[in-house]
Ligand binder design. Structure first.
Ligand SMILES: [Zn+2]
Length: 171
């Protein structure tokens, strides 16, 4: 083994141990107050998404606009020579099938807005799902952090308690 080979092996060793320490740091559990702080942050973020959804007045429209260059069918039109007409369609899914609806230029701006707002609503919704999942995971971690593993009573107290109980029951 020459010098460069051992240098490479040493470098790989350093990288691997570095990755291992990053992994260890990641695995380290957050304490109670850190978990609560994170949960608070998630709830604040959720509030913002809910607020945005509540503010949506509609109308919204699913689907997205697509531009297609096509021939119009008139025999003497320039499109027959290859100068195709740019045409806008609303592409949407219905029962798993893609449906294309012609969108005249006069309503294109309005339909664009409607589909955009639909997308924003869906994005807020998926953010809520993600945050909700994170909140549940945090609550599980918090539950673990809050849980006591101490015995309910120490063996001595248990003994004394039992005696005491017998005394009181005699009275
Ligand atoms: Zn044409």
């Amino acid at each position: 083994m020459n010098f460069s080979e051992s240098a490479v092996i040493f470098f790989i060793f350093i990288c691997l141990s570095g990755m291992y320490y990053i992994y260890l740091a990641y695995q380290m559990k957050l304490n109670k107050s850190q978990l609560k702080l994170k949960l608070r942050g998630i709830e604040d973020a959720r509030q913002e998404h809910v607020q945005s959804i509540l503010q949506e007045q509609g109308p919204i429209r699913s689907g997205s606009l697509v531009g297609i260059n096509r021939k119009c069918g008139k025999p003497n039109c320039r499109c027959t020579a290859g100068h195709l007409h740019p045409t806008t369609y609303l592409s949407s899914k219905e029962d798993g099938k893609t449906r294309m609806v012609y969108i005249p230029a006069t309503v294109e701006a309005v339909v664009t807005q409607q589909t955009q707002r639909y997308r924003y609503l869906r994005q807020h919704r998926s953010s809520l799902v993600k945050l909700g999942q994170q909140a549940l995971e945090l609550i599980d971690q918090l539950q673990e952090a809050l849980q006591t593993t101490d015995p309910v009573v120490s063996p001595k107290v248990a003994e004394g308690g039992a005696k005491g109980k017998r005394k009181t029951s005699r009275r």
